[in-house]
Design a protein around this ligand. Structure first.
Ligand code: P1T
Length: 392
């Protein structure tokens, strides 16, 4: 059954894979994966475990279904579930890096990822490069460069890089390619198909989809890397809990229709914002003048539901605008059904050094929106009344 399902389309796999009804005697034939809470599994004989399940940190039936599903929708062989996106990233870094390794990161990564590199993996040498330009990337590669760490689109400036081009250069130089695919989700982008060795996710976002489940994932098709990552998962223990596995499984099932609607609403909002006199600039890869538009069209099947913009004015204008909103919640995080808005310089990217923020464009007037699934007219009306109300 699983074998057959692997050749089905995205939505069939997201709904069905890993959840074939169990018809063995004594089972109910659940069509939904049960929430397995047992922390340990009994052995009939002390010399051999009863099944692959020995202890919850190493194995859990609910997490296993999540891991099967996330691998399948990413068109990859192996998936692993972690307690958060940053727990997944930590496991990757602990697995692949050794002291003195050099890493190249996109210059506009999520603030928490930069903090992890700066404050925890202090034994690494990291260069931040604008990967939108593959020549700049190639120039930054050194003999000791171990990996490139990519987001595309980046958080929060929505920069795009040509993942295949970067992967080709990286592989020529013996490097590992890591892509954080949180923003587009596997529905719109599957980095393993583009040459990524490892894909990481904060499933707290679009995969879970309802702002009620913390989680992370690692996906790869490389057997050796997978074995090492799995050992790290078990040895360090930052695993996805059964309940969060359950919620993330439920989230994946509706990923396709949610992503389509997030994108539809994002387009409507981007088009509204670009015409509003109090808006300076809109960053959305779906707009034809976005510098990464042609690349994103080639390497993805969509542009996603995240966008950023600069309001005209200063920090006072920004704060006044945000406080006037009625429907958008001012909050960190993204990818849920409700629309969220935030000010990266004071919120998600507050730990990025000030000079870096200024250099790359995370300014006092840069506002990020996670476009939800409310009626687009209501979202536009809310933005309009708040933008109209600020005096520039
Ligand atoms: O919060 P956690 O599940 O640990 O995920 C971290 C993370 C990793 N990668 C990207 C691209 C992310 O955006 C995040 C988390 N980001 C936010 C909370 C935010 O508001 O941007």
């Amino acid at each position: 059954m699983t074998k057959k399902i692997r050749s089905y389309g995205f939505s069939t796999r997201s709904v069905r894979i890993g959840e074939e009804p169990d018809f063995r005697d004594g089972t109910a034939g659940d069509v939904v994966t049960p929430l397995h809470l047992s922390t340990t599994y009994a052995w009939e004989d002390p010399s051999t475990p009863h099944s692959e399940f020995e202890y919850i940190r190493s194995h859990n039936p609910t997490r296993k279904v999540f891991e099967t599903k996330i691998a399948s929708v990413e068109n990859a062989k192996y998936g692993l579930g972690f307690a958060s996106g940053l727990a997944a990233e930590t496991a990757v870094m602990q697995t692949i890096f050794r002291p003195g390794d050099h890493v190249i990161g996109f210059d506009d990564l999520y603030g928490g990822t930069r903090r992890l590199f700066a404050d925890v993996f202090t034994y690494l040498d990291i260069s931040y490069v604008d990967l939108a330009n593959p020549d700049d990337f190639e120039k930054a590669v050194r003999p000791e460069t171990k990996a490139v760490w990519i987001e595309s689109p980046t958080n929060p400036l929505m920069k795009i890089c040509d993942i295949s081009a970067i992967a080709a250069i990286a592989h020529r130089n013996g490097m590992i390619v890591v892509v954080d695919n949180t923003f587009l989700s596997p529905y719109f982008q599957r980095p393993v198909e583009l040459g990524a060795d490892i894909v990481v996710h904060s499933t707290t976002k679009y995969i879970g989809g309802h702002s009620d489940a913390l989680g992370g994932a690692i996906v790869t098709s490389d057997e050796l890397l997978h074995e090492k990552l799995k050992t790290m998962q078990n040895s360090t223990g930052g695993v996805l809990s059964p309940f969060d596995s359950y919620l993330n499984i439920r989230g994946i099932k509706t990923l396709a229709i949610r992503m389509e609607q997030h994108q539809k609403n994002a387009f409507i909002i981007a088009r509204f914002l670009e015409k509003h006199p109090n808006v300076e600039k809109v960053y959305y890869p779906g707009l034809e003048y976005h510098p990464g538009h042609d690349i994103v069209k080639r390497q993805t099947t969509g542009f996603g539901g995240m966008l950023s913009f600069n309001i005209k004015g200063d920090i006072k204008t920004t704060k006044t605008f945000l406080k006037k909103l009625k429907l958008f919640a001012i909050a960190e995080s993204l990818g849920g059904v409700e629309s969220l808005i935030e000010l990266p310089t004071l919120m998600t990217h507050s730990t990025v050094p000030e000079d870096v923020k200024q250099a790359i464009g995370i300014t006092d007037t840069l506002i990020r929106i996670s476009v939800g699934l409310e009626d687009a007219d209501d979202l536009v009306a809310d933005l309009k009344q708040a933008l109209d109300a600020v005096s520039i």
